[in-house]
Design a binder for this molecule. Sequence first.
Ligand code: ADP
Ligand code: MG
Length: 251
Amino acid sequence: MAAPATPRSRGDVEHTGPVISLRGVSRSYRVGGGTVDALTDVDLDVSAGELVVVLGPSGCGKTTLLNMIGALDVPTSGEVTIAGRVLAGASRADLFRYRRETVSFVFQTFNLFPTLTALENVRFAVEVSGRRDHGEARAALESVGLGERVQHFPGQMSGGEQQRVAIARALATGNPVILADEPTGELDFRTGVQILELLRAQALAGHTVVVVTHNREISRAADRVVELSGGRLVADGPPPGGRVDVGALRW
Ligand code: ADP
Ligand code: MG
């Protein structure tokens, strides 16, 4: 079966291997007189079209790992390669462009602008990614079921609706890599299922999707579960018992 086409940001060269590749990635923080090893010697490859769930308890290094992939932070040692490019070798301008045009983050706390409407929030992200909005912003909001809420401000929406705006923002940019940090963390079951289905649809469309969670039940709907414990990758494979449909999850 042919692999789905990889959506690419403008100017990217044709690339065939994994979209995300980490080799021996470690990140330590100096705190007071000591060090905290947030991530230790992680190897990871993620291909276009995959929905990978990173699973582990609070403090195991999940956000640190996403920050490495999203170039929001730099490893203490090891190498991060995205679409064939080593991030450590990139210029500041390249990194800036990478953050705008290649990755879309969905944060647990949404990070919407409170003074912009849903539509304006999504449009702003499209423009920041260097594109013009030709209706993509509205279409993305409609795709997450918020067609009737485009003129609402974040403060006028529920947590689940705000999270869906944050997802629409990630979809509207068309960026090929989607990184979601506990996107269902504060949502009720039904909304959580909707969010997961949206992310799965993105993967099916050829995006590379990494979702972080501490909820093992959510991980059952992934193609692949990468488990972290104390900053180390301790498992990487299909969920035990095989993948189940999002609709079959219980939480
Ligand atoms: P998770 O997202 O799985 O909850 P994190 O990646 O946020 O875990 O954190 C992993 C570990 O690194 C934790 O022990 C945390 O306290 C520590 N840590 C994270 N960020 C920092 C920082 N900026 N300075 C010091 N320690 C940090
Ligand atoms: Mg975290």
